[in-house]
Write a protein that binds this ligand. Sequence first.
Ligand SMILES: CCCC(=O)SCCNC(=O)CCNC(=O)[C@H](O)C(C)(C)COP(=O)(O)OP(=O)(O)OC[C@H]1O[C@@H](n2cnc3c(N)ncnc32)[C@H](O)[C@@H]1OP(=O)(O)O
Ligand SMILES: Nc1ncnc2c1ncn2[C@@H]1O[C@H](COP(=O)(O)OP(=O)(O)OP(=O)(O)O)[C@@H](O)[C@H]1O
Ligand SMILES: O=C(O)CCC(=O)C(=O)O
Ligand SMILES: [Fe+2]
Ligand SMILES: [Mg+2]
Length: 335
Amino acid sequence: MALREAERLKVVLNHLDHPSVNIHTSFTSAENVSYHHPVAFKYTLDTDVLSPEQRLAYEENGFILIKNLVSEEDIDRFRNEFERICTRDVKIPGLVIMRDVSIAKSEFVQGEKAVTKLQDFQEDPELFRYCSLPQILKYVECFTGPNIMAMHTMLINKPPDTGKKTSRHPLHQDLHYFPFRPADRIVCAWTAMEKINQQNGCLVVLPGTHKGTLKEHVYPEWEGGVNKMYHGITDYNPNHPRVHLEMEKGDTVLFHPLLIHGSGMNHTEGFRKAISCHYASADCQYIDVKGSTQENISKEVEELARKRLGSETTLTFQDTWVFRGRLVQGDRTSL
Ligand SMILES: CCCC(=O)SCCNC(=O)CCNC(=O)[C@H](O)C(C)(C)COP(=O)(O)OP(=O)(O)OC[C@H]1O[C@@H](n2cnc3c(N)ncnc32)[C@H](O)[C@@H]1OP(=O)(O)O
Ligand SMILES: Nc1ncnc2c1ncn2[C@@H]1O[C@H](COP(=O)(O)OP(=O)(O)OP(=O)(O)O)[C@@H](O)[C@H]1O
Ligand SMILES: O=C(O)CCC(=O)C(=O)O
Ligand SMILES: [Fe+2]
Ligand SMILES: [Mg+2]
């Protein structure tokens, strides 16, 4: 009789009290769960950083929340730099300033209020400091190992909803955007830059969905429109438990790229801010997404590159990641 998942994990937890036990071996059946043939972790690596409870929580849920990881002072500096970018006081190469679709397609709004997201701030030393913060990398290493690339950077400024519900981010898996593997060696760090709750559109996660596969993503059929490249999953279990991650300024969630997540409408008058970085092991390998569920996003990205750089551009989906990735720890071995 197979033990239920939770029971198996309890066995793992007991093993952690016995340092002599090798917990690297992978288990395939309940028979392996014994003192002599111990169990391994699939989603986390052996470090002294995560407590056994944190490690099991990530294995089981696909995310962990670390309270108060980034200082108030650092966040205020990121916020200040964000304002300088919005007012065009600084111009950062490669940075994408994204406006909410309902604003972009209607009136002209200037400055910070027009910006829904900054993408690719890797050339901004002040914002990129976020990706190199030692207290974040310490956790990231538990998932990626010691060679760490910062692959994708964002500062999200979720606007007050205009009434069209476009401030929502549909449920998705971040791996949809990434042509590199293995998925288990990729992790996102997402830090609240202020108090974030259901009112202003916190992250919503479907715990445990990181154990599934990459699903098909398409534009949701939303009446009020949807932001460019905000693809969503249509085929998810609507009865799967949802967790609304309410966070304080500085709290940071680390999550697996297959974890299904999104964010709700911002019902407040303020702009809800968060800063994030997707890290990957530098040992990851690029994959060809042709014929896979990722073909639609790869074509869209390549088309946008042609629009920006000229129709003769032959930049591939993979190339766009090679250019953006930055080493933050160890050696740039592959990516
Ligand atoms: C784990 C990863 C998860 C994700 O990354 S999900 C999001 C991924 N997003 C991206 O990579 C960024 C996508 N956005 C962009 O590249 C740019 O914002 C975008 C859409 C090219 C627009 O930038 P610009 O060209 O500088 O803006 P523009 O004001 O000149 O507008 C040009 C045309 O684009 C339209 N537009 C602008 N913002 C939009 C939006 N949010 N959603 C949909 N359409 C949008 C705009 O209306 C205009 O269209 P038209 O040419 O007038 O028909
Ligand atoms: N029709 C939909 N199709 C796909 N995703 C949706 C749809 N409606 C909401 N979502 C997404 O589901 C996630 C959870 O939404 P949910 O309604 O549970 O919370 P919320 O939007 O934060 O709360 P509220 O409804 O109070 O604003 C969000 O990521 C949201 O963008
Ligand atoms: O801050 C948010 O709303 C989440 C954004 C997100 O999940 C993403 O851009 O991949
Ligand atoms: Fe995401
Ligand atoms: Mg909702």
